[in-house]
Design a protein around this ligand. Sequence first.
Ligand code: UDX
Ligand code: UDX
Length: 471
Amino acid sequence: MINKICCIGAGFVGGPTMAVLANKCPNLEFNVVDINKEKIEKWNNNNLDELPVYEPGLKDLINKQRNKNLFFSTEITSCISEADMIFISVNTPIKTTGIGAGQASDLKWVESSSRTIAENAKGHTIVVEKSTLPVRTAKVIKDILSFALKNESIDSKKTFSVLSNPEFLAEGTAIEDLTNPDRILIGGEDLAAIETLKKLYLNWIPEEKIVCTNLWSSELSKLTSNAFLAQRISSINSISAICEHTGADIQEVSLAIGLDSRIGDKFLKTGPGFGGSCFKKDILNLVYLCKQFNLNEVAEYWEKVVEMNNWQRKRIYKIIVEKLFGNLSEKKIVILGFAFKANTNDTRESAAIHIATDLLSESASLVFLDPKVNDKQIKEEMNNYISNYTSLKFSELKISFCDDIYEASQDADAIVILTEWDEYKNLNWSNLSKIMRSPPWVFDARGIVNKKNVRNSGINLWMIGDGTIIE
Ligand code: UDX
Ligand code: UDX
């Protein structure tokens, strides 16, 4: 029997996941804790537009459950003490220094969470890995927890079970993915703990969708899922380049191959390369794991998926420079979209960061717009990337922001679409052609605009993977 559940980490995964669980399990209490006080204040904000995560449907859920059976707080130790089950949902970024730098996940937050659990838990506690982790991280968690037990007095009733229950939600559709998942994966050895977690999900998910495996299969399946998805994107992106040289149209090719039920039609959209907090990190994790076992060919195989992704971004930047006569200085370029995909305010690993930096390195003057990412966040992301990974001086770069596309496009030489927001699909191209500097260009890296409308307005169009517009 469990009553109270704690989730460590109130981020893109922890927040929405607990909101759905709280909604589906009204008899249980969910406490989402985080070391970031500002973030917790935002989760508790009465103005639901100020939540730290934007996801369609999230505001409604928070409105329904918050302070009923869903609580957000910084009271980490007391929430852990009272919890029967604890989800670890902290971030696991790529290590930037030391052994495995650039590839291995930094597990310091998972380790510190495990130590805090070891110290503060009471009675029997089921610890669930929700974060995506390198294979065999459950062993680290178990070791930390069992070491703590050795230091406990003999009459202490503290015991732990560790489960892996990876999250498959995609940002932008998180609530829908959590409500109607393709499957739930639970990995573990303790059958009673597995049953307890399974019971939570059975509140709304049919039993046949709940798959139970051993711990390591569960951890590896999560990495493999993301690696396969990313691989499909790199595959279709590689074909987009061939289209542009042959007169083929990538959207027609995607449709044609996707109709083969063995291939399927999902994840075949070409674009400026995958972003987000998971794909690159998880593939590099897999690569690191392979190298540790001397599986160098396997490592190289997966590394290519990331290389192709980097190449796609560079390719787009080079095309923009080439079409604008090889020179961007004194040129104004409007960047439409900064989020790593539509319907989210997440900008981690967004293609926009990389492409915009490359354009700035050519002395372009950039105006940024995004319906859900504010100027402050864009500035921080750009500053962070430019200061850490380039020799450019952020303060010397020409960056500005605007809320209105038409105002931003006044005298602009080009508009570059990097996120597939709905509002960018049907712009008033004939109005834009009148206010842009000649010859005006649109670079559609998502393939979302109506080609005819853009071209009829007199604007030059480059669309990703579209060989048919090359004269
Ligand atoms: C998740 C997963 O957990 C990660 O493994 C996956 O690869 C990406 O998605 P996410 O929810 O997206 O992470 O990360 P983020 O939005 O950064 O949220 C993590 C939260 O954990 C942050 O709010 C951070 O403050 C919090 N945190 C971190 C703690 O509360 N305690 C810690 O010790 C460390
Ligand atoms: C991904 C996985 O889909 C999810 O299961 C896992 O739990 C976390 O990682 P997420 O990164 O949130 O989710 O979004 P996703 O929809 O997978 O998109 C990732 C990136 O790939 C985005 O930049 C998106 O624009 C890009 N993408 C996706 C394409 O370029 N083409 C596609 O066809 C699909």
